[in-house]
Ligand binder design. Structure first.
Ligand code: GLU
Ligand code: ZN
Length: 497
């Protein structure tokens, strides 16, 4: 290992909004770097001009910062206020490294480790179909491996422009995956592959290992979907090492697939894979990361809830489980709820701030009441799965009238509800409004007069006051809303009945 210290990288392509599988990859790399005191390199693989966008690039940086993954080398500073990033291997955006790839491709060609391939797509397709039909391996057949000068000239004269193809050695490739153990690929199953397009654009197959080599990456930790590219990369690494471009071949570890509904791989297109969705719903970064860490890893058999510091202290790539991991949204929410409860109240109120104003909050800014918010917050904190739920839970305090949920109204307002509400109003009017307990006794007493238990008696009161059958503890809610507004709402409900 170079200098004996770990260098890992996270190298996404900016092709759309980040998904949770990608976040898990970033997390495992970052945690491994922090655990080992190594270096976390953040590189942007933006060589596909047709799919990459500046907007996705900005989104990636913003997501990384929100998640708290500080990086040691990268295209911009982790802290956006402190300006440009960088590091000894800058630039860290592949779109700015095109000369490097061109140079390496030329060196591979000069050394005979790569060659020009003039085959057209229809020709390749026809030969592949024929090979399949004959039951032979259907990858590239080596047609252009050893073209004579005349053959090359003839192709050039036809106006063909070649791609650059890497010449795979004719040998079995074996490596020890850090997660899955020893893996072997037979030479016949790994054909020569393209590394530069006919238009001169270098491909992922070249730029990714070249940068890993130049950036002296020691451990490549990435999703299992990339496993099939590893034997090719190992062969390329050997060539790069012979050419003095790479120091050594990194270790590889492939993280297990993340499965979604119906035991299918969670895809980028599944709505539940979108990181932005989790942010908008008010997941805490620490809650989401805690859950994602469990996709292939665990702290211990009996502890699901832990901090990122605890994860870093314990994380070793060797402990990652190769079996597919199932993404369970319910569990993700439950873990997030636990992290919400773990915040101190002040922190909780601050984190809720975005959901207490437009566009999330339906009330006018001047109707927001800080004192009421501070009073209700501790009751809300123990009940939220995600922060965005705060808005519906406290809107009754800041809106002139509750938002009546149709189903709640029908469910709570039954025959006799008006009589009960009238009694409850009387008793609430006479209660001690500095004590939630006294308000509870008032409703309890009203219920008794009508032969109803507390649960049944409080439902119409709750709907009259908050608009919904479920919400925060009722009597604390009434106390905070205040006597006058509570009674006015009961009156309004009575008028509607
Ligand atoms: N840019 C590649 C991707 O996002 C990186 C793959 C790798 O980690 O090697 O799929
Ligand atoms: Zn060819």
């Amino acid at each position: 290992m170079a200098n004996g210290s770990v260098r890992v990288r996270f190298c996404p392509s900016p092709t759309g909004n980040p998904h949770v599988g990608l976040v898990r990859t970033a997390l495992f790399n970052w945690a491994y770097a922090r655990h080992t005191g190594g270096t976390f390199v953040f590189r942007i693989e933006d060589t596909d001009a047709a799919r990459d966008s500046e907007e996705s690039y900005d989104q990636l940086l913003d997501s990384m910062r929100w998640l708290g993954f500080d990086w040691d080398e990268g295209p911009a500073a982790f802290d956006s206020a402190s300006g440009a990033g960088g590091g000894p291997h800058a630039p860290y955006r592949q779109s700015q490294r095109m000369d490097i790839y061109k140079d390496v491709a030329q060196k591979l060609l000069d050394a005979g480790r790569a060659y020009h391939c003039y085959c057209s797509t229809p020709e390749l397709d026809a030969r592949r179909d024929a090979a399949r039909a004959a039951g032979r391996p259907s990858g590239y057949d080596g047609h252009c491996r050893d073209l004579t000068a005349e053959q090359t000239e003839a192709y050039e004269a036809e106006g063909r422009t070649p791609i650059v193809r890497f010449r795979m050695p004719d040998e079995t490739i074996t490596f020890t995956d850090l997660v899955r153990g020893e893996i072997t690929y037979l030479a016949e199953n790994v054909p020569d592959y393209g590394i530069v397009r006919a238009n001169g654009a270098p491909l992922y197959t070249l730029v990714n290992p070249v940068d890993d080599a130049l950036m002296e990456i020691t451990h490549v930790l990435r999703g299992e979907d990339l496993l099939s590219s590893t034997p090719r990369q190992i062969a390329l690494y050997q060539a790069l090492t012979e050419l003095g471009i790479a120091k050594e071949t990194p270790a590889f570890g492939h993280l297990p697939y993340v499965m979604g509904e119906g035991n299918k791989k969670l895809s980028k297109r599944d709505p539940e894979s979108s990181l932005n969705l989790y942010r908008q719903r008010g997941f805490l970064p620490e809650g989401l990361l805690n859950y994602l860490s469990l996709l292939g890893w665990s702290l211990s058999a009996d502890r699901d809830i832990f901090s990122i510091e605890e994860m870093v202290a314990a994380f070793d790539i060797a402990d990652v489980n190769p079996n597919p991991a199932r993404f369970d949204l319910k569990k993700c929410e439950a873990i997030n709820a636990d992290h919400i409860r773990l915040l101190d109240v002040k922190e909780f109120t601050e984190r809720c701030a975005p959901w207490l104003k437009a566009p999330f909050a339906p009330w006018a800014p001047e109707d927001f009441d800080e004192a009421k918010w501070q009073a209700i917050a501790p009751h809300a904190q123990t009940r939220l799965k995600v922060l965005s739920e705060i808005t519906d839970n406290v809107d009754f305090l800041f809106l002139a009238e509750p938002v009546f949920d149709e189903a709640s109204w029908t469910k709570a307002m039954k025959e006799g509800s008006d009589a009960l509400l009238r009694t409850a109003r009387e008793k609430l009017d006479a209660a001690d409004w500095t004590s939630a307990e006294s308000l509870k006794e008032a409703v309890l007493a009203a219920g008794e007069e009508h032969g109803l238990k507390l649960g049944k008696a409080q439902a119409p009161v709750r709907v009259a006051v908050t608009g919904r059958t479920i919400g925060l503890p009722l009597f604390e809610s009434l106390e905070i809303l205040g006597r006058e507004r509570t009674l006015a709402r009961v009156d309004a409900a009575l008028a509607k009945l």
